[in-house]
Design a binder for this molecule. Structure first.
Ligand SMILES: C[S@@+](CC[C@H](N)C(=O)[O-])C[C@H]1O[C@@H](n2cnc3c(N)ncnc32)[C@H](O)[C@@H]1O
Length: 223
């Protein structure tokens, strides 16, 4: 199906969406967006359209979606993360497998945290960089790389939506970072026996658990 997509059709739909959302996009760009009102509007929007709405606003709604395609987080998971991550200016968030940057852009926009997305697919990275730049989201950084071997950015909060091949090994790669600073990981449920240094907080959304690391100071676990 992707091979059959008509690029000019999508270009026209994107242009129409950009015109439709020009007002809110301009407010994001010039820093005058009323974030509370924006969030309230998203929460009020019918469930079946609000993800598409926010993806249009961010300009990540239409193909081409890169070589592998991707499955973006639902707004429900992003709002859950914003409500529970303790993010704000001075904090750093990393999306492990960032896709088109939907999560990173919304986290930076709505929390003021620095948001880094690491993504394997160069096409997704290019699109996400262009989309965040067009909105003037300076707090967003997209890193192209394979999470299985790229240097992982130190951060307060990590996010991994939908496990991928090798993603458990990626979680293991967070341990040296967690030995230096406490971290929080939002991810789908993990094998507790494999990660005894991660403790589930006990609050979960439909798709995401919250894990806190226990490798520093009096939180140290012994094996
Ligand atoms: C389910 S999508 C999630 C996208 C985004 N985090 C979100 O929630 O909207 C997972 C992403 O992980 C990327 N990915 C898979 N394996 C990866 C790897 N080894 N290194 C970096 N990114 C990877 C995929 O290309 C895809 O874009």
């Amino acid at each position: 199906m992707r091979g059959d997509a008509d690029p000019s059709l999508y270009a026209r739909i994107r242009q129409a969406a950009e015109a439709e959302h020009a007002g809110v996009r301009a407010r994001i760009r010039d820093g005058t967006l009323d974030k509370e009102a924006f969030l309230a509007e998203l929460r009020r929007a019918p469930l079946e359209i609000r993800d598409h709405l926010v993806e249009e606003i961010l300009d990540v709604a239409y193909p081409p979606f890169g070589d592998r395609g991707h499955t973006p987080s639902g707004l429900a998971e992003i709002l859950f993360t914003l409500d529970n991550a303790g993010l704000g200016p001075g904090k750093t968030f990393v999306d492990l497998g960032a896709g088109l940057g939907k999560v990173a852009m919304l986290v930076a926009l709505l929390s003021g945290a620095r948001a880094i997305g690491v993504e394997l697919d160069a096409h997704l990275v290019a699109h996400a960089r262009a989309a965040s730049r067009a909105l003037g989201l300076d707090g967003v950084e997209l890193v192209e790389g394979d999470l299985r071997d790229v240097a992982l950015p130190p951060a307060d909060v990590y996010y991994m939506y939908i496990p991928f091949a090798g993603s458990a090994a990626v979680v293991e790669r967070l341990a040296p970072i967690a030995a230096e600073r406490d971290i929080v990981l939002f991810s789908q449920p993990l094998d507790g026996a494999r990660f005894p240094w991660l403790e589930a907080r006990g609050t979960a959304s439909y798709w995401l658990e919250i894990y806190e690391s226990r490798l520093t100071g009096d939180r140290l676990v012994t094996y």
